[in-house]
Design a protein around this ligand. Structure first.
Ligand SMILES: Nc1ncnc2c1ncn2[C@@H]1O[C@H](COP(=O)(O)OP(=O)(O)OP(=O)(O)O)[C@@H](O)[C@H]1O
Length: 452
């Protein structure tokens, strides 16, 4: 590591802290992720074969892993350096992003996803913090979570923000795949337009409730498999009619709304693939999509002119605060319903059995995030105080009584083989498809940890 000058800590994630550093020999600026867990041998560094395959992942919109170093039992990943992450760009911003900016970012991310998915990998933890930006280039980062899920204490617990988590994962499906990334992208796209999370659930139960309140509860027509999943774990969806997304995202056009709506479909099968998303009219004016990334099902367009449509109108609409309605309400006005887009909701992570150190850091970082912090609502309990909807509590209680174990017994599905979650280093392990054995519970919640 003496080859590098560590300049500044730029990120503190669950598994590692990230430093901006300079390679003394070449002068190159890099990002070095120092893993928190110690690795006492190379064998312990999971499958280095898999590290090799990550290094083979070569796409302009995937953050490049340059080197893996183990020194004094500490594992370091050397990545290309990116200026900031999308969450940092959004958190203190007053003015909405232009449609052209959102389009440009999303187009790039979908290209990376098409590349990854085609190769049998999916990310599974897409969120604004994992999308890194330098100027107008965006890249997907943080492929390490899945690997860490399988490692030993103190990193045994699955830690991830739930706001971008697909319903099939929330309902503990064993069979989720690359469409979980498409769901996350729908939520991220909406957030880019409004600067507010689309589904800011304060627990897993509340997450499902939030989703129902926005896109309407699933029916046998919209997601028959989901109803089965829910039945298997004895869960009853709260009943909401949902709202038209244009009411929640007034600052954009029908194409964007249509894309977000299809990405945030209950049924993973109804979500477009990344390759199909690239063919959506929303991206009509975007850069050329390489034929290898085009969806076979999609109509192949002639390469449009370079660049995105010029800067489009930017309507800075902000919504008022509100509260989540009861699940007994079957139809609600968007303004009341979608507190999430307007309330200064604190960004949180699902953390189960989190260690005190992490807890402290999380709380510290909350003070840096005024936009998402409702006045005087620092603790999960006070967050819950304002939540009078009985349906939310009902759901929480119901979900709290469920466990993964019960699904294992009742469903007994085989673990699916082909797709690899997270990236390469855990390929071949079926465990990546399983949620860790934490039944859905009203999770302890923490603020996001984002440096700077
Ligand atoms: N290549 C990079 N260039 C610049 N900053 C980076 C880079 N990689 C990561 N970061 C910063 O560090 C933060 C944490 O990195 P990363 O997500 O890889 O860590 P983690 O421990 O896996 O986090 P998580 O808690 O999300 O699982 C990122 O959100 C980002 O702000």
């Amino acid at each position: 590591m003496e080859r590098f000058n560590l300049i500044k800590e730029v990120g503190d994630g669950t598994f590692g802290c990230v430093w901006r550093a300079i390679n003394k020999q070449t002068g190159e600026v890099v990002a070095i992720k120092k893993m928190k867990k110690k690795y006492y041998s190379w064998e312990e560094c999971v499958n280095l074969r898999e590290v090799k395959s990550l290094r083979k992942m070569n796409h302009p919109n995937v953050v490049k892993l340059k080197e893996v170093i183990r020194e004094n039992d500490i594992l370091y990943f050397v990545f290309e350096y990116m200026e900031c992450n999308l969450y940092q760009l959004m958190k203190d911003r007053e003015k909405l992003f232009s449609e052209a900016e959102v389009r440009n970012w999303c187009f790039q991310v979908f290209q990376a996803l098409a590349y990854m998915h085609q190769r049998g990998y999916f990310h599974r933890d897409l969120k604004p913090e994992n999308l890194l930006v330098t100027k107008d280039i965006i890249k997907i980062a943080d492929f390490g979570l899945a690997r860490e899920i399988n490692s030993q204490p103190p990193y045994t617990e699955y830690v991830s923000t739930r706001w971008y988590r697909a319903p099939e994962v929330l309902l503990q499906s064993y069979l989720y795949g690359s469409k979980v990334d498409m769901w996350a992208m729908g939520a991220i796209m909406a957030e880019l337009f409004t600067l507010r999370p689309l589904f800011p659930g304060i627990s897993e139960a509340d997450e499902i409730c939030k989703i129902c309140s926005v896109i309407g509860s699933p029916t046998k027509d919209t997601w028959a498999d989901g109803l089965n999943l829910a039945r298997d774990i004895n869960y009853q969806f709260p009943q909401f009619a949902g709202v038209h997304l244009s009411a929640l995202i007034p600052s954009t056009n029908n194409d964007a709304i249509s894309l977000i709506t299809s990405l945030c479909s209950w049924d993973p099968l109804r979500r477009p693939t990344a390759a199909e998303a690239l063919q959506h009219p929303f991206f009509q004016s975007c850069f050329y999509v390489p034929p290898s990334l085009r969806s076979k099902a999609a109509v192949i367009r002639t390469p449009p002119s370079a660049g995105t449509r010029g800067a489009l109108e930017q309507r800075s609409a902000r919504r008022n605060c509100g509260t989540l309605p009861s699940s007994k309400i079957t139809s609600s006005s968007p303004s009341k319903l979608h507190a999430s887009l307007s309330t200064g909701v604190q960004r949180k992570l699902d953390l189960v059995n989190q260690d005190a150190m992490k807890n402290d850091k999380s709380l510290k970082s909350s003070s840096k995030q005024p936009r998402y912090q409702p006045p005087g609502k620092n603790s999960p309990s006070s967050l819950n105080k304002g939540r009078t909807a009985r349906g939310v509590l009902d759901s929480t209680e119901k979900l709290a009584n469920m466990s993964l174990g019960s699904r294992r017994q009742s469903v007994g599905q085989p673990r699916p083989p082909p797709m690899k979650a997270g990236v390469p280093w855990i390929s071949g392990s079926g465990d990546m498809f399983l949620k860790p054995s934490k039944g859905i519970q009203p999770a302890r919640t923490y603020t996001r940890k984002v440096a700077g």
